[in-house]
Design a protein around this ligand. Structure first.
Ligand SMILES: [Mg+2]
Length: 372
């Protein structure tokens, strides 16, 4: 039996780039997360990408073709360079009063998709206007309406303001976007560390450092930070735990910095306030690009088991040095085991919030434009 093809019909203005007459390079503003979402959909599904756009009055004095074409080609070039390849592009240049049958929601430009080769019930039209949803209806496919309002249209498969949600919907995955990962190998005369970090790893991993209590704390970071972490450390424990804890923190901080890259589209700030029995702990983190660590509260014993508690603040400071983040953490008095564990848990949850991708932005979260 012949396999039918599936298409994603995708509007351009208001969906891929911001809605306006895009007639100069300065007016190209991509919608937050559109590129990574489309790349992921392209990679994980077999939809063909079909652009369908009305460009009112291109070729008239108010919108000359020479103003439209180079800018449109630049948009397509950027998408292509990011592995977002369109199989077909359909642009109607008419004005509403022309009554052109190719103008959305007319289907004249899309007749080849109606000839039986496509499974239109399994296809979607992604648009930001009611006319896009009407086109979906006329094509016999379902609509995905990208807009900020609260309108609810009949027969629409998804209404959302977020490309991340569209990617989740179309790929059927809770973690649809490319994972942010880093690998760090760090060898000195004192320690040998191999570490693989996945910021989107979902709280799974295996960490072996040879220090039981430290492994237990690192597991807190994995579980409560919802990261993936595979790590092995071989250290000079015959000396003491200092080199191992410090170097592991440096390697982990380095991995965070690498995995975050330019920090585009992340929350940047994270915080948590949690309790563990009689202890409470506050933690705030900022991936500012500026290493800074402060701590408040005194851990009530010098050791938890055989683990020296003076290494707890040293771990956090070393992490900050390589992750280039600011970290404030303070803990109340109480059982020393509870104190340390609460600190690692609060740290993990603050990290989780800070590195999470903000669905409303794909910009570097700084007025300076850089976080280095
Ligand atoms: Mg539009």
């Amino acid at each position: 039996m012949r396999k039918l093809r599936k298409a994603l019909f995708i509007d351009r203005d208001g969906v891929i780039v911001r809605e306006m007459q895009v007639d100069s390079y300065e007016k190209i503003h991509f919608i937050p997360h559109v590129i990574e979402a489309l790349r992921e959909i392209r990679r994980r599904t077999d939809y063909e990408f079909v652009m369908v756009s009305n460009q009112d009055g291109v070729g008239t004095p108010s919108f000359p073709l020479d103003d439209f074409l180079p800018v449109h080609e630049k948009i397509m070039e950027v998408l292509d360079g990011e592995d977002v390849v369109f199989d077909d592009v359909n642009i109607d240049y008419s004005l509403p009063e022309d009554g052109c049958p190719g103008r959305k929601p007319g289907t004249a430009m899309l007749q080849s998709y109606l000839d039986g080769d496509y499974d239109l019930k399994a296809s979607f039209m992604i648009g930001d206007r009611a006319t896009d949803m009407e086109l979906a209806r006329r094509l016999g496919c379902r609509g995905i309406w990208l807009h900020d309002g609260t309108e609810c249209g009949a027969g629409i498969a998804l209404e959302t303001s977020s490309w991340l949600e569209i990617a989740r919907f179309l790929t059927g995955s809770d973690r649809p976007l490319e994972h942010r990962t880093a690998t760090v190998e760090r060898r000195t005369g004192e320690t040998d560390i191999s570490l693989k970090l996945d910021l989107d790893g979902g709280g799974h991993g295996c960490v072996v450092t040879g220090i039981g209590f430290f492994d237990h704390m690192l597991d807190q970071i994995v579980r409560h930070g919802r990261i993936g972490l595979e790590a092995r450390l071989s250290g000079d424990l015959q000396v003491d735990e200092h080199h191992s804890v410090e170097d592991f923190a440096l390697a982990l901080g380095r991995a965070f910095a690498l995995a975050l890259g330019d920090k585009k589209g992340i929350n940047r700030y994270g915080f948590d306030f949690l309790c563990m029995d009689e202890v409470n702990c506050r933690c705030a983190v900022d991936f500012s690009g500026r290493p800074c660590f402060t701590s408040g509260g005194r851990i009530t014993r010098d050791y938890v088991g055989s683990f020296p508690t003076e290494l707890v603040p040293h771990f956090f400071k070393s992490f900050c040095d390589e992750a280039r983040c600011t970290l404030h953490i303070s803990v109340s008095r109480g059982n020393a085991h509870h104190q340390v564990e609460a600190m690692f848990k609060a740290f993990a949850r603050a990290l989780r919030m800070a590195v999470k991708r903000d669905p409303s932005s794909n910009e570097i979260p700084s007025t300076k434009g850089v976080l280095e």
